[in-house]
Write a protein that binds this ligand. Structure first.
Ligand code: URA
Length: 251
C-alpha cells in the first residue's frame, strides 16, 4: 500500500496532512526517512511518525440495505450516493471515503450491498471464478407460464448469450416463485403464470440480470438483491450493520 494511505489508515490524519508529514521528514520506514508519499510499504514494515510506531486499523466490513434512487458511488451524481445514509464518519476511526462497495447495484435496484475497505476481500466476491452466488428477486413485465418454467430454467442453466459479450453467461439458477401461482396473482389453473422469480448468478456483468431477461424476451421491472454467498439481507431499507466474524471469514 502507498505510504500516505498507510498513514491515513493508522492515524486520524487526512491524506493532505499525511503528505505534509512525509515531506517534512517526520516519517521513517525501517529507520530511514522517506519523503515520497507514493512509496509502497507493507504492514510488516516498521513505520514511525515522530518516533511513534504506526499500526494500521483493521479492515471494516458492513452490509447495507440499498433503497432505490441511490447510487453505489462515494460521491453524489444524478442521484444521491448510498453513502449519505452511512452515518459512520469518525466511528472507530472509520472514514467513508476509504470504503467501497463489493459489487455495485444499479440506481433502481434495491437490496443487499457489502461495503468494505479491504480490496482483497472484495476480489473474492466479485471475481466470477470465485463462484460467489448472488441471489436476486426479480419482478418481470411478462408472466412465465407454468408449462414454460422448466425450459426457461434450462436456458439460464446452460448460459445466455448477452448482446455485445463473448461467450455465454455462467450457469444461473432460475426459480419461479410458486406462491405466485397459488395465490392467484398470476392467475389460477391452466393459464397460470408468475411474474416473480429468484435468479442466482455468480458473475456481475453490467446490468447482467436485466440483460439476461431481455435476451429471453422479457423485461425486468423490479430488482432486489437478497443474498451474497451466505450473507442474507436482514436490515430495513437505509439501515446498515457491521458483519460478524464468521460472515467476514466466509469469503
Ligand atoms: N443485474 C442488473 O441488471 N442490475 C443490478 O443492479 C444488479 C444485477
Amino acid at each position: 500500500m502507498r505510504l500516505d494511505k498507510f498513514i491515513c489508515k493508522s492515524t486520524e490524519l487526512t491524506k493532505l496532512d499525511a503528505i505534509q508529514k512525509i515531506h517534512a521528514g517526520n516519517i521513517l520506514v525501517n529507520g530511514a526517512i522517506v519523503l515520497e508519499e507514493s512509496t509502497q510499504v507493507h504492514e510488516d514494515n516498521l513505520i514511525t511518525l515522530n518516533g511513534e510506531c504506526l499500526k494500521p486499523r483493521p479492515f471494516r466490513y458492513l452490509l447495507m440495505h440499498k433503497p432505490a434512487n441511490t447510487i453505489c458511488s462515494n460521491v453524489d451524481g444524478d442521484y444521491p450516493s448510498l453513502f449519505n445514509q452511512l452515518d459512520v464518519d469518525g466511528l472507530y476511526g472509520l472514514n467513508r471515503d476509504e470504503l467501497h462497495i463489493a459489487g455495485r447495484l444499479d440506481v433502481d435496484t434495491t437490496g443487499l450491498v457489502l461495503i468494505t475497505d479491504d480490496g482483497r476481500w472484495t476480489y473474492n466476491i466479485t471475481r466470477p471464478d470465485k463462484d460467489c452466488k448472488k441471489v436476486y428477486r426479480v419482478g418481470l413485465s411478462y408472466g412465465i407460464p407454468e408449462h414454460k418454467v422448466a425450459t426457461l430454467a434450462e436456458r439460464f442453466e446452460q448460459g445466455i448469450q448477452l448482446q455485445g459479450e463473448q461467450g455465454l453467461t455462467q450457469p444461473a439458477l432460475l426459480e419461479v416463485l410458486l406462491s405466485e401461482y397459488a395465490d392467484g396473482k398470476g392467475g389460477e389453473g391452466k393459464g397460470a403464470e408468475s411474474k416473480e422469480v429468484l435468479l442466482t448468478i455468480t458473475e456481475g456483468k453490467y446490468h447482467q440480470v436485466k440483460r439476461m431477461f431481455a435476451a429471453v424476451g422479457n423485461r425486468v421491472l423490479t430488482l432486489h438483491r437478497e443474498r451474497i454467498g451466505d450473507i442474507q439481507l436482514d436490515v430495513e431499507e437505509e439501515q446498515w450493520r457491521f458483519l460478524t466474524a464468521s460472515e467476514i471469514a466466509s469469503f
